[in-house]
Design a protein around this ligand. Structure first.
Ligand code: PLP
Length: 396
């Protein structure tokens, strides 16, 4: 087993050396101006990565799942209705959480591999003349299927229906990797974690709240203590948390934002798009198909690759780990055994992606699939060489 090989799971992602070091900190007083010098720039950096002027950023010691819980418990009350499409494992789990909190979830069942149907969101909102629906929940990037939904289209559908519901977006596998516009898309709550686009270890739930979401906290009655945003805001005002912050991770987050913003968000998004396109070229060269039903919804952060009928795709993942010490993602839920996933988000380069493609190829050949060694690698190499040169020329 090697700790040097990159991972190709769609989170946690590879941690750049500088971020590992930034997380490794001596103890400081976590209720002090010194802590404030880490906390406030980190919150400001996150706000900029969300492409927002005014979002209130909250960072909890938790994970993306805790972020979902913070979103709903701070803004909703038992019996409230929310609207959500179910098109993969992560939207399914968010819906399940809402139901366990006593919310009524109006579910738009959507085939896995498809994006959130904005037209059906509009229909459902238009039919809700009494404005019972308090929030629309959207999973921007379904990590299980490698499908990116169009959040701008969902906002447009909400506006077209003239419905006042809030828009909550799970951006766990999109934020800091693919274009995510908190302000332009009229998002009320954005949720992510530290271990995907931010390239850090797991341990932080990261959220942005709009002014409307903050207003909703005044009447929301779902129980919350650990995740109460007002307790947290009072803490921030005093350079502190209501409890112990994950100081090292926050220091890492501060640096991660600096790294992303100095690369430039447009460049970060372009890099993810380019690397993902190379992976897709490899998949096509193998003669395989993505779970994503159409090109517009193909994710730039994770590719879920269908294997031939009768072949258990999970074998690729186990074999890669055993034989080559490389981690890919298995299929989840409805697509378990039908797909394997190559995560290509966060700290990822052409060269790293090529090693993942090469490993996947070796595994598929080892397991008897009809794949020509080198075919996917060559397709990706062709694409990377040319587009890498173009990118360098454009930057010069
Ligand atoms: C990873 C992921 C989550 C869960 O995040 P955790 O940090 O593991 O709690 C939620 N939603 C999406 C889209 C994800 O990719």
């Amino acid at each position: 087993m090697s700790f040097q090989n990159p991972v190709f799971i769609p989170g946690p992602t590879n941690i750049p050396e500088a971020l590992r070091k930034a997380c490794d900190m001596p103890t400081i007083d976590h209720r002090s101006p010194l802590f404030g010098q880490i906390l406030h720039p980190a919150r400001d950096g996150v706000r900029r990565v969300l492409q927002s002027e005014a979002a209130e950023v909250f960072i909890f010691p938790s994970t993306g799942t805790g972020g979902w819980e913070a979103a709903i418990t701070n803004t909703l009350s038992a019996g409230d209705t929310v609207l959500a499409a179910r098109n993969g494992m992560f939207s399914h789990r968010w819906i399940d959480m809402c139901q366990r909190h006593g919310l009524t979830v109006q579910i738009i069942e959507t085939p896995w591999g498809h994006g959130i149907p904005a037209d059906r969101i509009e229909e459902a909102l238009a039919a809700d003349t009494g404005h019972e629906i308090r929030a629309v929940l959207a999973t921007h990037n379904e990590t299980a299927t490698g499908v990116r939904s169009d959040i701008a289209a969902i906002r447009a559908a909400m506006d077209a229906a003239r419905h006042p519901a809030m828009l909550f977006v799970d951006g766990v596998s999109s934020i800091a990797s693919i274009d995510f516009r908190f302000d332009d898309w009229g998002i009320d709550i954005a949720v992510t974690g530290s271990q995907k686009g931010f390239m850090l270890p797991p341990g932080l739930a990261i959220l942005g709240f709009s002014a409307r979401a903050m207003e909703a906290t005044a009447t929301a009655r779902l129980p919350r203590t650990f995740f109460d945003v007002h307790d947290m805001a009072r803490g921030y005002a005093a350079n502190a948390y209501p409890y112990n912050p994950a100081v090292g991770l926050l220091n890492g987050l501060n640096l991660a934002c600096e790294m992303l913003l100095s690369e430039g968000l447009d460049q970060v998004f372009a890099r993810h798009h380019r690397i993902a396109t190379g992976v897709r070229q490899a998949v096509a060269a193998w003669g395989l198909e993505l779970c994503a039903a159409t090109p517009e919804v193909q994710s730039d952060t994770v590719s879920a690759i269908r294997t031939p009928d009768g072949f258990d795709a999970t074998r690729i993942v186990s074999h890669a780990a055993e034989a080559y010490g490389v981690a890919f993602g298995t299929g989840l839920g409805e697509v378990a055994g039908k797909v394997f996933r190559i995560g290509h988000l966060g700290s990822m380069t052409d060269v790293m992606a090529l090693s993942g493609i090469a490993t996947a190829e070796m595994c598929m050949v080892d397991l008897g699939l009809d794949i020509t060694l080198g075919s996917g690698v060559a397709a990706a190499q062709d694409y990377y060489r040319v587009t890498n040169a173009q990118t360098r020329k454009a930057a010069a």
